[in-house]
Design a protein around this ligand. Structure first.
Ligand SMILES: [Ca+2]
Length: 328
């Protein structure tokens, strides 16, 4: 295409227009380049916004899904607790004279239900040594202390720990020879006072002088912090050999195993025929039982890998639990 030149009225050619045309084209190219960069920037910005929006939507969707699953898991766990309580009631209605580990309540269960599943385990507190039975107010239960010291020795723990536990529970601030009261705990880097009341939770043991992590790990699985104190008897059908052996100085490991081999023991009257009628059998009548009344039910609901747990402690006939815990 021929170049179009500007012409003057007298017919001459305006030669100054040629560089101006090049400048215009350069300006146009420059403007186009700037526009392209601007468009690319806008596209990049839009892409960033779209990706961020997509990420946000995905996160919200995932959070909503987790919340939905956690809610469903929680209610599955509550259903598991109800199932556990029903098992205990059924056991009572069965007319059995003992509570033992062959019965349905004692067997861990896993049940598919709705969108997930629930796991239920029930443990009777009477299988453990009742740590709060050591002292009532300021009155030390010498027999229970002797049992606790036997348990400590069986676990290869210094039995002088009993003094510190008694001091922690008793109401006074007078330390036993190997114990500790508030004046001892007040000098610790993080000071606190002795509880001077029954232990609420086994975790509390960690605050007591002499209870190291190692001691706690060995000792806690054999104890209950149930609050009924010395009225709590150890169930011969559910207690472990160490707790059984701690019950009496004459209850040797062999005799403890004889009790275990005789399970389920249907009546305390059977102790004589198992261990032989004598002082030992007579003494066990006051500290042992073949039934349980306090139970901890732990139920877990699981939905799409999201788990929720509900733990309650209850008596067999209680209308409402003694306590409920929902671990986070
Ligand atoms: Ca005290």
């Amino acid at each position: 295409m021929a170049t179009q030149y500007n012409t003057r009225p007298h017919g001459g050619v305006d030669i100054s227009a040629r560089p101006a045309c090049r400048q215009d084209r350069a300006a146009v190219r420059s403007q186009r380049g700037a526009a392209l960069v601007l468009v690319l920037l806008i596209i990049a910005l839009l892409m960033t916004l779209v990706l961020e929006f997509d990420r946000s939507v995905r996160l919200e969707h995932r959070a909503a899904g987790n919340y939905r699953d956690a809610t469903a898991a929680f209610y599955l766990a509550k259903a598991g607790v109800a199932e556990g309580r029903a098992l205990l009631m059924v056991q009572q209605l069965s007319g059995s004279t003992s509570d033992n580990l062959t019965q349905a309540w004692a067997l861990p269960g896993e049940t598919p239900l709705g969108p997930g599943m629930m796991r239920v385990s029930i443990i009777d507190e009477e299988r453990f040594f009742p740590i709060n039975s050591l002292v009532s107010g300021n009155v030390v239960n010498v027999e229970r202390v002797a049992q606790f010291q036997r348990l400590l020795r069986a676990l290869q723990i210094d039995d002088r720990l009993a003094d510190a536990v008694i001091d922690w529970i008793d109401q006074n601030d007078v330390a036993l020879p190997d114990g500790a009261e508030s004046d001892y705990y007040a000098l610790l880097p993080t000071p606190y006072r002795a509880h001077n009341a029954p232990i609420d939770s086994l975790e509390e043991l960690r605050m007591i002088k002499g209870v190291t992590d190692d001691v706690y790990t060995r000792l806690a699985p054999h104890l209950t912090a149930q609050q009924s104190g010395d009225s709590l008897r150890v169930n011969l059908n559910t207690a472990d050999p160490l707790v059984l052996g701690a019950l009496d100085q004459d209850l040797t490991p062999d005799l403890a195993n004889r009790l275990i081999d005789s399970r389920p023991i249907q009546s305390l009257n059977d102790i004589g025929s198992i261990l032989g009628n004598g002082p030992l059998a007579s003494r066990l009548l006051s500290v042992a039982s073949v039934t349980s009344n306090f139970f901890t039910i732990q139920a877990e609901g699981v939905v799409n890998g999201v788990s929720k747990t509900v733990i309650i402690q209850t008596t067999r006939n209680a209308q409402s639990p003694l306590w409920v815990r929902v671990p986070s």
